[in-house]
Design a protein around this ligand. Structure first.
Ligand SMILES: *Cc1c(COP(=O)(O)O)cnc(C)c1O
Length: 354
């Protein structure tokens, strides 16, 4: 790590690590002892601080609350058996952080500053990184607008913050998913490709309805005709169809997932043809019917590889093969785990050592 970043560090006087139950870690509820907070004002990032995790005071007029200038990232850190701590591909999140910032008319941050600031925080709370199988330290960077001003215009001040917390597996069973044919997550020319807070706000009511109908997740389709598959909840949708890895190509409406990119790189290395293109709902349903759809999963940092158990389309249910018998996603999971937990050589250079 290059020691260029000047961060003021205030350590907690009341560490909570000892009293934390690492056998019971519902996603996103447990926070490590410290957080990072950085201010943007007068056109520059300043006042880098690592401080005890806790409440902060803000004006009720901040524009993030009124106009939604806010976005986030999701990254994971892992601890190897020898105690080495790694962050998985944070450079990719740095790139996307800035793509989100630009779309939301917010300031970018140099990629090395982003990565180093996160590494410094993870370093201080390295004791919080779980060592159990399928566990990791979840890292949540985010930025929001802080001008106390109700005029509709881009804020001139912002906060960049990072929280971390230990997590276990996100989903515990194969997912029953519904292909959405009314609501949309994103539109051409919109901000679907950004990890904008607002994208999540608009997805909640449709997701709640789907859960009430007995589904675990929504497969989002395009906003024009609901003819093409876009994403699966907050993960990228990936399929093995006729022996090829098929996934919707990214653009305005689809988030460029780091896990998606990782799965594609592994498939290419294994000589499996990869097709990034428009994926019609009809061909997935046809594949589910005739057996050429041999794998289907959501790919994301929080969910990792989340297998689809069954797909519902306009009330008709299609059950897929037992996820444990699926060759591709099982191999991806094992390979990813081996790299992240340091059980094999990191030939791709995906692990950033803290
Ligand atoms: C975060 C996210 C993903 C997954 O991206 P990763 O970089 O793999 O974590 C996919 N789709 C949406 C909408 C997301 O917000």
């Amino acid at each position: 790590m290059i020691e260029t970043l000047d961060i003021q560090i205030t350590k907690t006087t009341q560490p909570r690590l000892q009293e934390t139950d690492f056998d019971n870690l519902p996603f996103g509820k447990t926070f490590s002892d410290h957080m990072l907070m950085v201010d943007y004002a007068d056109g520059e990032w300043k006042n880098f601080q690592i401080l005890p995790y806790g409440d902060i005071s803000l004006s009720p007029a901040i524009s993030a609350l009124h106009y939604g200038q806010a976005f986030f990232e999701g990254i994971k850190a892992y601890k190897h058996e020898d105690g080495k701590v790694v962050i998985f591909r944070p450079d990719k999140n740095a790139e996307r952080f800035n793509r989100s910032a630009e779309r939301l008319c917010m300031p970018t941050i140099p990629e090395d500053v982003f990565v180093q600031s996160i590494a410094a925080l993870v370093d201080i709370d390295r004791g919080w990184i779980p060592t159990k199988a399928n566990h990791a330290l979840y890292i949540r960077p985010f930025m929001f607008a802080t001008d106390p001003y109700l005029g509709v215009q881009a804020s001139t001040t912002y906060k960049y913050m990072v929280l971390t917390g230990p997590v276990g597996p996100y989903f515990s069973k194969p997912l029953r998913v519904k292909i959405e044919s009314h609501y949309t997550r994103a539109a051409q020319g919109g901000m679907g490709f950004a990890k904008a807070a607002g994208n999540y706000a608009s997805s909640m009511m449709p997701a709640k309805k789907a859960v009430e109908e007995g589904f675990d997740q929504i497969i989002w389709t395009d906003g024009s005709n609901h003819e093409f598959i876009e994403e699966m909840g907050a993960a990228n949708a990936m399929f093995i169809l006729d022996g090829k890895l098929v996934t919707p190509s990214t653009g305005d409406t689809i988030l460029k997932g780091v896990t998606r990119d990782t799965v594609i790189k592994l498939a290419q290395a294994w000589g499996i043809p990869v097709e990034e293109r428009k994926v019609a709902v009809a061909e997935i349903i046809e594949g589910a019917k005739n057996g050429s759809l041999t794998d289907a999963f959501g790919a994301g940092t929080a969910a990792t590889i989340a297998p689809v158990g069954s797909i519902n389309y306009n009330g008709e249910e299609f059950t897929l093969s037992d996820p444990l018998t699926r060759e591709f996603s099982q191999k991806v999971l094992k390979t990813l785990d081996d790299i992240r937990y340091g059980r094999t050589e990191d030939t791709y250079g995906w692990n950033y050592v803290v």
